[in-house]
Design a protein around this ligand. Structure first.
Ligand code: SF4
Length: 521
């Protein structure tokens, strides 16, 4: 075959998220015809990468291009022009090399790999000095490299997953094996209907499993299905939720149940997008319902799952950035065994809750991913996930009054908007009050015949604010006309017995410290 002088006909493929660069030597005849990399049907490049990334091998040029972008891989060749006989690497002579700054100046490339010895030879001889970076030589994927079968190639090429921060294939199954023996036995898991999964997942947000169990049982006794939830009174709803916090979650459950009755005949829809459209259902809950109750391959990614994946991959991106979350969610999906999506999500929940613990050293010696976890292998588990510096919480001082009249306690309903919206509370004032000052405030409200006692201090932490509270008991000896009129005319004020408080009025747990004093009185 005659020599031909050929200029490289394919532009480099990269974008601003490319993390590694794979360099071949020069495109084969088939690649030149297809005007895209690795066009020879016997070249194992696409098959190999697809196996490493646990994806189907791309077929068309568009699919191949999208595949590389999606996986943050840049591709080009070392040679810009040369004399060559057909596709023969060994015939290459009179070489001019490519200027890699086109890629390196625009993409955060962490590692350069050469596909085969020829590419590596030209890189070392003519390019390395300019880039100042050594490239890693990998065995060629060309059909001419018959000594390397696909398995052997995979063994060598697996290292490209490290800078790509891609979870190794097969880890999903090892986690499922762990889960089969170590998964937690939880009430909602014995009969994972869509309704059971939905209610339990909403209750579990920001709340410990142990605390949720009783709430869940009580809820299912009172509201066993969607019609009963849609028809429940607001007072009863709040009572069932009392102490779980984030009361909007309960209101959203009811609102979504009404929508389900009106739009879906009382059955939770199985379509992920339709689930997402329901009030209070975000991507985590929709993913949990779709995967656990309907067996669909959807990820349910919460803080636990992000923590685990940021550790196994040593992900340096800030954990609350949309980009980092999106990337880690893709890794969860990539590693999800398609035959058991719900179990996989639950196994991640359990691993995060019992082994890969937050705030302190995780129990790596019990972890099924100990050998593949990069943070563990480097001893940097506690450096991940990378977090934004939190703004300190605002501190609010409050004086809380337990106002008692003949075995009843004065309650006030909060404004319909804002913190603890629409819930009952013990009357309270913003600010710090001494006993004397508290007495002045009580007198200023028209009370004249009472006994005032201090009840000590309490603290409650909300997500953005802390209440530092000082409590006072006010034993009324006389019910003033003014208070009687307020109670008659304003439905936002009431007197409730201890029993009524327990059975009918939901008092947020912020007041627990002082509610307990009722029990002792
Ligand atoms: S090895 Fe340790 S840090 Fe890594 S996932 Fe397991 S528990 Fe978490």
């Amino acid at each position: 075959m005659d020599y031909q002088r050929i200029r490289h006909p394919i532009p480099p493929l990269y974008d601003k998220e490319s993390r590694i660069l794979i360099l071949g030597s020069f495109p084969s005849v088939k690649s030149r015809e297809a005007a895209f990399f690795y066009g020879h049907p016997q070249n194992r490049f696409w098959k190999l990468l697809a196996a490493l990334f646990s994806e189907d091998a791309p077929v068309t040029v568009e699919e191949k291009s999208a595949f590389l972008h999606r996986n943050h891989v840049a591709v080009w060749d070392t040679i810009a022009s040369c004399e060559i006989q057909g596709s023969s690497d060994s015939s290459i002579k009179n070489v001019q090399v490519n200027d890699l700054s086109v890629i390196l100046d625009h993409a955060p490339i962490e590692r350069i790999y050469c596909n085969g010895a020829k590419s590596h030879e030209y890189y070392r001889k003519y390019i390395q000095e300019k880039t100042g970076t050594e490239a890693v030589k990998l065995p060629s994927t060309s059909p001419a490299n018959a000594a390397f079968g696909l398995e052997k190639l995979m063994d060598h090429w697996r290292q490209i997953l490290i800078p790509l921060r891609i979870a190794p294939a097969g880890i999903g199954r090892s986690l499922l094996s762990w889960y089969d023996f170590n998964g937690r036995i939880l009430p909602w898991r014995s009969d994972p209907t869509p309704y059971h999964v939905w209610i339990s997942e909403i209750m579990l947000q920001q709340t410990r499993v142990e605390a949720v169990k009783d709430y869940y049982d009580r809820w299912m006794q009172e509201l066993p299905d969607i019609p009963s939830l849609a028809g429940v009174s607001d007072e009863k709803l709040m009572k069932l939720w009392e102490g779980l916090g984030y009361y909007n979650r309960a209101r959203n459950l009811k609102e979504a149940a009404i929508t389900i009755m009106e739009k879906y005949g009382g059955q939770l829809p199985c379509d992920y997008e339709e689930l997402l459209s329901l009030k209070g259902i975000g991507s985590y809950t929709a993913g949990a319902i779709a995967s656990i109750a309907f067996g669909q391959p959807r990820a349910a990614v919460d803080g636990n799952v992000l923590r685990i994946f940021s550790r196994i991959l040593m992900e340096p991106g800030k954990i609350n950035s949309a980009r980092t979350k999106g990337y880690l969610e893709r890794e969860v999906l990539r590693t999800m065994p398609r035959e058991r999506p719900g179990d996989y999500n639950q196994s991640l929940m359990d691993l995060g809750a019992t082994v890969c613990l937050p705030n302190g050293q995780p129990l790596c010696e019990k972890c099924p991913w100990e050998s593949i976890c990069r943070a563990h292998n480097k001893g940097t588990e506690c450096d991940y996930p990378v977090k934004e510096q939190k703004r300190p919480r605002r501190v609010e001082e409050r004086a809380v009054f337990l106002i008692e009249w003949e075995g009843k306690y004065l309650l006030h309903k909060r404004e319909r908007k804002g913190l603890l919206a629409g819930l009952w509370e013990l009357p309270n004032l913003e600010g710090r009050y001494t006993l004397e000052k508290a007495g002045e405030e009580v007198a200023a409200r028209g009370f004249y015949d009472y006994i005032l006692e201090p009840l000590g201090e309490g603290k409650h932490i909300f997500s953005h604010v802390e209440w530092h509270m000082t409590g006072y008991r006010v034993r009324l000896q006389t019910l003033t006309k003014r208070l009687r009129r307020i109670l008659d005319e304003d439905a936002d004020w009431t007197l409730a017995t201890r029993r009524e408080l327990e059975e009918s009025y939901a008092l947020p747990s912020a007041f627990d410290r002082f509610k307990k004093q009722i029990d002792n009185s």
